[in-house]
Design a protein around this ligand. Structure first.
Ligand SMILES: Cc1ncc(COP(=O)(O)O)c(C=O)c1O
Length: 423
């Protein structure tokens, strides 16, 4: 998914899009093609290149329909969707924002730039999602928001999390950047907490290359998100209330607006999401069913009553205790030797990043949430479940249109590898 291509010039170029050959010879799915190209071509000819264009509005309407939410706003990326949502929720200096340590940095980095302090939370050992019991322990009078991440397209235990939210009055932001189209007890993820955010970055199940989207039923969150960075979205056109009328059309003068071309491409991809999810579901469930009679490996369950979506990655539990204590890396190497591009966790746990493990003077001169005196540095061992998951999850390739025999190859490689390790 990422490649460092420095073959053509002296300047290394960092490429991070879902490459069409990401699954190697195992997958025939092309993430982008003719339809996306035609959409972009036609938008350029119409000069539909800035602002809330008809295509942007069509996308936001489609997203409202998908989520059943009243308000939707596209942004230039998922990080700025989360920033806008946290700003919308009123997160500010001195506040605390809770999020799992096992997630991508952008689930929480926006909180830092609002002056808020991150509070990390451990994971559930089975589902690998935020652990509600640990969440409850970490709430303080300063907690202003909870960021729940539906990691890898699996779904968090939203009933337990929302019960804590109701009890404490702390709102929930659902980061659905991996889980486009996932459901929890009949409701789309992103529509259960106060606000949902999605990334539309190049490797995501619905992608515009770069882009983001937030959706909510909370009018204050929506209006504040517009106010922050959506120049020219005015009351009567977009803003729902006249509360901030005197600040329009410029708002607060930041800019978080999406590029319409990205949103146009994402609109084409959104139409394919149901098919993509169905294809990935069939493949993942076939492999998971085959794991049942293999030692040392097991499917990762999603929380009760949920349906996975997006399938941003395909993790399985590796159980070293069933295979003589051998490390997960051994299984990964054996799978790779059999032509299956398996990996370990591609994300670093947040509490291990130097930014958080050492702290950082973000605003210089000893100010900001990660400074000495304000920041309690996390340590190794503080999040034992996430640390174990990070060590022991093994990731199989996500196949969307498996080549003939590809699923059987993945299953056979797993069976042969664990058999070898068991001997
Ligand atoms: C869980 C999660 N949250 C947020 C983001 C940020 O999205 P973007 O890259 O579009 O800014 C990502 C991106 O990978 C992500 O994986």
């Amino acid at each position: 998914m990422c490649a460092q291509d420095d073959t053509k010039s002296d300047v290394p170029i960092f490429v991070q899009t879902g490459q069409t050959d990401a699954g190697g010879d195992l997958d025939r799915w092309r993430q982008v093609g003719e339809e996306e190209a035609r959409q972009a071509y036609e938008m350029v000819l119409r000069n539909e290149l800035s602002g809330g264009t008809p295509v942007v509005r069509e996308f936001e309407q489609a997203w409202r329909e998908m989520t059943g939410l009243q308000y939707c706003l596209t942004t230039c990326n998922g990080t700025l969707a989360i920033y806008s949502a946290l700003f919308g929720l009123g997160v500010g200096p001195g506040d605390e924002v809770i999020c799992p340590t096992y997630t991508w940095i952008c689930s929480i980095s926006p909180a830092l730039f609002l002056g808020a302090r991150p509070v990390f939370c451990d994971s559930d050992p089975a589902t690998m999602q935020l652990d509600p019991a640990d969440l409850r322990r970490r709430i303080t009078p300063r907690t202003r928001a909870i960021v729940v991440v539906h990691l890898w397209g699996w779904v968090a235990d939203m009933d337990a999390i929302m019960a804590i939210s109701r009890e404490t009055g702390v709102p929930v932001l659902e980061d659905c950047s991996h889980a486009h189209g996932a459901m929890y007890k009949g409701r789309p993820v992103g529509s259960i907490g106060q606000v949902g955010c999605w990334s539309l970055q190049g490797t995501k199940p619905v992608s515009g290359g770069e882009g983001g989207v937030l959706a909510t039923n909370d009018v204050e969150v929506f209006d504040r998100a517009c106010l922050l960075g959506q120049v020219n979205r005015m009351a009567g056109m977009d803003l729902q209330t006249a509360g901030y009328q005197q600040h329009q059309p410029l708002g607060l003068g930041m800019k978080t607006r999406a590029h319409p071309l990205g949103i146009g491409i994402a609109l084409v991809q959104l139409r394919k999401l149901a098919e993509l999810n169905e294809r990935r579901r069939q493949y993942v469930e076939t492999v998971e069913a085959a794991l049942k009679d293999m030692p040392g490996v097991a499917p990762v369950p999603t929380s009760e009553g949920s349906v996975r979506g997006g399938y941003y990655s395909f993790p399985i539990h590796y159980k070293p205790e069933e295979l003589g204590g051998r490390p997960a890396g051994e299984l990964i190497d054996k799978l790779k030797a059999r032509g299956i591009p398996a990996t370990g966790s591609t994300y670093q746990l947040l509490h291990r990043l130097p930014l958080f493990a050492q702290g950082f003077d973000i605003f210089t001169r000893g100010r900001g949430p990660l400074c000495e005196g304000t920041w309690r540095r996390p340590h190794e061992g503080d999040f034992p479940v996430a640390e174990k998951l990070h060590r022991d999850l093994v990731f199989l390739p996500v196949l969307s249109d498996p080549a003939p025999g590809a699923v059987e190859r993945v299953v056979a490689a797993l069976r042969d590898s664990v058999r070898e390790m068991a001997n």
